[in-house]
Design a protein around this ligand. Structure first.
Ligand SMILES: Cc1cc2nc3c(=O)[nH]c(=O)nc-3n(C[C@H](O)[C@H](O)[C@H](O)COP(=O)(O)O)c2cc1C
Ligand SMILES: [Fe+2]
Ligand SMILES: [Fe+2]
Length: 394
């Protein structure tokens, strides 16, 4: 896509990655992604915000040539991660007068990650301003969204907030602004779940900090821009601040079908009691979907057969991930089938120290579930439904 003017003298100059299917060698990208960069032509100074993934740096350089940019004064690095800093090393060579503007922590990281010479940096303090002539950029520290060095840039006269990953979505689209709110809500929630959820506490503080700013446009570095910023701010507020909902997330594996029978029975019993269940067979699950379900869930029930004395390795992976993502779940239980004995429950329970949860009595059965096992599952469903009700999770 060609450079696109957002406002007079402010351009989108990013790259759209339609075909990328995996991010950080971990996260599925069903809809591709984009690496947005923005150029601001002030009456005296030229600023570029963020600098695309290394794989697409030629796209950014071509955009700048198309706009006949001979000088860049400031290369603003809101975030040091390579998907937004990838082209900075080339840019500082091509534009010898340019300075990389960032937080001191970001400078340290960019030197380590990209070997950019120290002399090329200009560090800024929290809330420091830089004048571009007729326009002013203010830098607002937003640490730990999702790295320690992150800041947003606010173009005061145009009320545009350049927010790097904050409020972003992995979505390749020709739309400059959100057109399909449902689709973007889904993509942004997936992004929040996978990248932002572990940092809920600091995101909460950063959302508070941004309340003082009048924002007409949020311009993230992934996905479309928001010309109705309240849409995404409201969504973030609900993901961060709202109580968990009356939802059970049930990731499981079954090798020979016994655990699967338990899962099916529990799901039915919970549904009958008015609890929403999201069931994930971990042999086929998109882990992004699982992460997204964890954003609102009150309870996780993990289903696993015993294998080699412990839980199934796929279940270990999902449990490790859930612990790392630190969702706001309040209860955990474990169900599963075994043949002769093992430590599946103990091993799984030891894997979730980050989750501030009450563990509800697990239900294990030997081989196929028997009537007493189904009864125990009914009881588990009743306990979960009662606990959700007592906590007011609707
Ligand atoms: C590769 C493999 C390893 C197993 N290791 C154990 C074990 O260490 N301890 C145990 O109690 N059962 C073990 N079992 C037996 C299963 O836990 C048992 O068959 C269980 O009912 C399987 O549940 P599923 O039908 O949900 O897969 C193992 C089974 C397999 C296939
Ligand atoms: Fe990032
Ligand atoms: Fe990013």
């Amino acid at each position: 896509m060609k450079p696109r003017e957002i406002k007079r003298g402010v351009y989108w100059v990013g790259a759209i990655d339609w075909d990328r299917r995996l991010f950080d060698s971990l996260i599925p990208l069903p809809d591709g992604t984009s690496y947005n960069s923005y150029l601001i032509k002030g009456s005296q100074k030229m600023a570029l915000i963020d600098a695309v993934d290394p794989t697409m740096k030629e796209v950014l350089l071509e955009h700048l040539d198309e706009l006949k940019i001979k000088t860049i004064d400031y290369i603003i690095a809101n975030h040091a991660e390579q998907d937004h800093s990838g082209a900075i090393a080339q840019l500082v060579e091509k534009y010898p007068r340019s300075k990389v503007v960032c937080t001191p922590k970001c400078k340290e990281l960019l030197i380590a990650l990209l070997m950019i010479p120290e002399a090329r940096f200009k560090t800024v303090a929290d809330k420091e301003n830089i004048s571009l002539g007729d326009r002013t950029l203010e830098f607002i520290y937003t640490p730990w969204v999702h790295w320690p060095e992150t800041m947003v840039s606010y173009l005061r006269e145009d009320r545009i907030l350049f927010s790097y990953d904050f409020f972003g979505s992995h979505l390749a689209t020709t739309d400059l602004y959100v057109s399909d709110e449902g689709q973007v809500y889904e993509a942004a929630k997936r992004y929040f779940a996978e990248i932002m959820m572990p940092f809920r506490a600091t995101i909460e503080k950063n959302l508070e900090k941004l309340k003082d700013y009048k924002i007409d446009i949020i311009a993230p570095s992934h996905g479309p821009m928001y010309d109705k910023p309240e849409f995404i701010i409201k969504a973030y507020n609900s993901w961060v601040f709202d109580k968990p909902k009356n939802i059970v997330v049930l990731p499981y594996i079954s090798m020979h079908g016994s655990t699967r029978l338990m899962v099916e029975h529990l799901v039915e019993a919970l549904a009958e009691k008015g609890v929403t269940v999201k069931q994930f067979d971990l042999t086929v699950t998109d882990i992004g979907k699982l992460a997204m379900a964890l954003v609102d869930a009150a309870t996780i029930v993990i289903g696993t057969p015993t294998i080699l004395v412990g839980p199934h390795p796929n279940v270990v992976y999902a449990t490790f991930l859930a612990n790392a993502l630190k969702p706001k779940v309040k209860f955990v239980s474990i169900i599963g089938s075994y043949g002769w004995g093992g430590k599946a429950v103990e091993q799984l329970a030891a894997m979730i120290p980050n989750l501030k949860v009450e563990v509800i009595e697990p239900v294990l059965c030997k081989g196929l579930p028997h009537p007493a096992d189904y009864e125990a599952l009914e009881k588990l469903a009743t306990t979960i439904a009662q606990k959700h009700k007592a906590e007011g999770f609707a």
